[in-house]
Design a protein around this ligand. Structure first.
Ligand SMILES: [Zn+2]
Length: 251
């Protein structure tokens, strides 16, 4: 009965199970949306934890996000090693994703970007704090990862486990960590949520800089932020469907 044996070996070895094709489609959309919304340019990447194996995550091969298709998605283990890359090149900073998934069981999706409006905050050490309800997930304010404290003078990239683990430690239990002179890493419990957070982190940075130029800012308090974030979490599919519609059909 080879058919039955095939089924039972699949059940006993979850690492061989293929991810849901909808998860892959959503990841392709996330790549395109974040490029469309100005969070990504030719750089930046978004990953999702494998739906059938929590010790794996899905991330594109080394490619500009606007060009990513389902055929470019690679399965990585929690060491950040791609398992099905063949001769395709992985992203240099894939260690960021691996370290966050190792450190945070609640995280199902990760965005790393060089989102432009965040850069002034990282280099001045001013935390991002929620100026309006849409970015309530920023809570009490972002922490900052200073790569010099970990490794002295580097090329600024998260190239190994040591740097990635230090970054995950700076993130702590937050949704966003700023990276001085580099960008940010944003986490969420789904692809639509992490895309929402990455887009509204960029928007909050723009608005916070504008408000700071005008005068003293009254930020959302932690209590207001907690209440507003709970409402937004029930609404993430509304903008997600809009952003997807802007992209249209994917291949
Ligand atoms: Zn980077």
């Amino acid at each position: 009965m080879p058919g039955l044996r095939g089924i039972s070996s699949q059940i006993s070895d979850p690492s061989s199970a293929a991810p849901d094709s909808k998860l892959i489609d959503d990841l392709v959309y996330a790549n395109r949306i974040l490029a469309d919304q100005g969070v990504f340019d030719a750089f930046g990447h978004v990953s999702v934890r494998h739906d059938k194996n929590l010790n794996r995550f899905l991330l594109s091969r080394n490619l500009a996000p606007a060009l990513v298709t389902a055929r470019d998605i690679l399965t990585h283990d929690l060491d950040g090693d791609p398992l099905d890359a063949g001769d395709r090149k992985p992203y240099l900073e894939r260690f960021i994703h691996a370290a966050v998934y190792r450190a945070r069981a609640d995280v199902k999706a990760v965005v790393h970007s060089h989102s432009p409006s965040l850069i002034p905050f990282g280099v001045t050490g001013i935390p991002l704090r929620p100026v309006y309800h849409m970015s309530a997930f920023l809570g009490g304010g972002t922490s900052l990862f200073e790569i010099r404290h970990e490794a002295g003078m580097t090329d600024m990239l998260i190239r190994d486990h040591k740097l990635a683990d230090a970054l995950a430690k700076s993130l702590g239990e937050d949704a966003v960590v700023l990276m001085r002179g580099h960008g940010a890493t944003v986490v969420g419990n789904s692809i639509p949520q992490v895309v929402y957070r990455a887009i509204y982190t960029e928007m909050n940075a723009r608005l916070q800089a504008q408000a700071a130029a005008l005068g003293t800012i009254t930020f959302l308090s932690v209590e207001e932020a907690t209440k507003a974030a709970a409402v937004n979490d029930g609404q993430v599919l509304r903008p997600w469907e809009l952003w997807k519609a802007r992209i249209g059909k994917i291949d």
